[in-house]
Ligand binder design. Sequence first.
Ligand SMILES: Nc1nc2c(ncn2[C@@H]2O[C@H](COP(=O)(O)OP(=O)(O)O)[C@@H](O)[C@H]2O)c(=O)[nH]1
Ligand SMILES: [Mg+2]
Ligand SMILES: [Zn+2]
Length: 309
Amino acid sequence: MKGLVIKTHNRFYEIKAGDEVFLCSPKGSFKRKAEPEYRLPVVGDQVDLELLAKRQRGVDGYIVAIDYRRNRLKRALVDKRKERVMAANLDRILVVSACVKPGVDWGFIDRYLLTCELADIPCSILLNKVDLDPNHGEDNFIDIYRSLDYPMLKTSVKSAIGLDTLKAMTADGISLFTGASGVGKSSLINQLAPQANLATGEVDARKGTGKHTTTFSALVPMEHGQAWLADSPGLRDFAPPPVEPDQVRFGYREIAQAQKDCRFSTCLHNAEPGCAVRAAVSDGSISNHRYRSYLAVVQEMRDYFQSRF
Ligand SMILES: Nc1nc2c(ncn2[C@@H]2O[C@H](COP(=O)(O)OP(=O)(O)O)[C@@H](O)[C@H]2O)c(=O)[nH]1
Ligand SMILES: [Mg+2]
Ligand SMILES: [Zn+2]
C-alpha cells in the first residue's frame, strides 16, 4: 500500500493512505539497504507500507520503501559539512516576509530563491502585514521580482487582504511556508486551515516563553483535504545549506540566462573580460540590486568554504 508521510515523531511516522492515517515505523531491513539519503522518511515522502492485521508494539505497520523524491529541501546541520533532508516532493515554497515588523529583507529572499532554484522547487514571495504599511509594499522591488516571473502576493491576516489568492495558490499539492520568525507564517496557515490552530505570537527570543517552535515535522491539510501546508521553524533552526561559489549564478534566473553570452563559461561575473552579465547590469536589463545581491552571496560562500576547508 502507498501512503504520504504527513507527520514525523521521533521514530514513528503518520502515513495518510486513502482516508486513513496509520502510525508506522521504518522496517530495519529497508533502512540497511537504502541509499543514505533515503534511510529516513521525511514529510512529503511517498512510501510503501506493510500493514499489520492489528496494531502491534504501538504501530499499525512498517514503511518498507521510500519512493524517488522529485525534489527535496535540505538544511545545514550544526556540523555544516553535513546536510539533512527536511521535506520532499514540494510543489512550492512560499517565502514570507513582513512589510513592517520587521520589514522586508530582499537579500534574505534572494537566498531562498537560490535554494529553490537549485533544488528545483517553485518559489513564490509573500509580503505579509500590508495593513501596517502605508506604502503597501516596496513596489520598486516588487517590479524586479515580478519581471523575473516569481509569483508575488501581498497579504494581510489582519485586514483579510490577498487571502483568497493565497488559497488559490495553495489549492493543490504541498506548500511549505518559510521565512523569519514573526512574519506571520503560522497566522497565514491558520487562515487557510483553521483546524490547524497553530500557535502564533510576538517573537520573544530571549525568554522563549510561550513560543511553540514548529518544525517541518507535520503537514496540515487544507479544508478540502486535497492540499497540504507545512509550517516551518524560524531562521535560527533552519538555514539552507551553503553552495559552491560557482553554483550561485544558477540561483539567479536572469544571471543564468545572461551568462550564456559571457566570453568564458566559467565567468563569475566579477571582473572577467567579455562579461555579458555586467553588460546587462550597465544597460539596466539586470537590476543593480540583484547583481549586488549575487556578488554578496558569492563572496559569502567563498568565505565560508575558505574558512572551512
Ligand atoms: N498587523 C498584522 N499582524 C500580523 C499579520 N500576520 C501576523 N501578524 C502578527 O504577527 C505576529 C507573528 O505571527 P506568527 O504567525 O506567529 O508569525 P510566524 O513566526 O512567522 O509564524 C503575531 O502577533 C500575529 O498576530 C498581519 O497580516 N498584520
Ligand atoms: Mg510560527
Ligand atoms: Zn560573466
